[in-house]
Design a protein around this ligand. Structure first.
Ligand code: NAD
Length: 263
């Protein structure tokens, strides 16, 4: 299916792994030029960059902005505009997790989660909206979470940040509603990425049960389908949102969670 995106340019934060990388692939398959971002081994990132480009016949650049650094985030947006002369799509996806009771939650982990999962979304959107407003078209998609709508214990920083992302999404969407720009949030349930795989291992150790039991009885307990969401399923919604067909979806928090938040 052709979503009419060929030749557009997208920045995806936190796209060296997991959901961000999957969304980059979905866009590249539609002929969108990509700016990858994220942490990791430089050689592995270069291999990812070159592979994405060769498979899809699009230009793929990498920017190493650390999402805790506002000036580097602004540089990522301005470098993209210098390289391609346009910026059509921004996906704020970078995120981390830390699990601990509130009274034991390390303050530096709280600050880091708020900086990466929430505040980087503000900095990147701030820099991207100026050129999008000037062009009269743009798409900002924030990867929130089912945890942007409901809570779980021991994830206070993550839940606070993701609720914040949805609030920010709504406010920004109202500001640009008449300028051809939309701002939306996607709220995934559990997707089996390195972020979740680490939690499976940690929870198995903490609870003294097998990883299979953690997946079935702890993680997928909240997800009525009892199946992980896939990055391809998230890609399907993303392509709709960034296409012309998605022009009237604005300020929405769209769930892809197997029914988790319906309960
Ligand atoms: P992941 O760990 O596979 O990927 C996270 C990405 O963010 C990586 O590319 C990493 O390098 C990057 N990153 C981390 N810290 C960074 C920093 N300081 N600067 C720049 N990049 C940084 O995780 P994922 O599961 O793919 O998560 C992606 C997003 O989806 C996150 O916002 C997460 O909260 C959200 N999400 C994930 C799930 C899930 O079940 N996996 C569910 C709902 C929402």
């Amino acid at each position: 299916m052709d979503y009419g995106l060929r030749g557009q340019v997208a920045i995806i934060t936190g796209s060296t792994s997991g959901i961000g990388l999957g969304l980059a692939e979905a866009l590249a398959q539609q002929g969108v030029n990509i700016v990858l971002n994220g942490l990791g081994d430089r050689e592995a990132i270069e291999a990812t960059r070159a592979g994405l480009s060769a498979r899809n016949g699009v230009e793929v650049l990498y920017h190493d902005a650390d999402m805790t650094q506002p000036l580097r985030i602004a540089d990522m947006v301005s470098s993209t505009r210098n390289a391609f002369g346009r910026l059509d799509i921004l996906i704020n996806n970078a995120g981390i997790q830390h699990v601990a009771p509130v009274d034991e939650f390390p303050t530096e982990q709280w600050d880091r989660i708020i900086a990466i999962n929430l505040t980087s979304t503000f900095h990147a959107t701030k820099a991207a909206l100026r050129p999008m407003k000037a062009a009269g078209r743009g798409r900002v998609v924030n990867i929130a979470s089912a945890h942007g709508l409901v809570a779980s214990p021991f994830k206070s920083a993550y839940v606070a940040a993701k609720h914040g992302v949805i609030g920010f999404t709504k406010s920004a969407a109202l500001e640009v509603a008449q300028q051809g720009v939309t701002v939306n949030a996607i709220c995934p349930g559990y997707v089996k990425t390195p972020l979740v795989e680490a939690q499976i291992a940690d929870q198995a150790k903490a609870r003294g049960i097998s990883e299979e039991a953690v997946m079935r009885d702890v993680i997928l307990a909240a997800q009525p389908t009892k199946q992980f969401v896939t990055v391809e399923q998230l890609g399907g919604l993303l392509l709709y949102l960034v296409s012309d067909a998605g022009a009237s979806v604005n300020g929405a928090a769209l769930t892809v969670d197997g029914g988790w938040t319906a309960a």
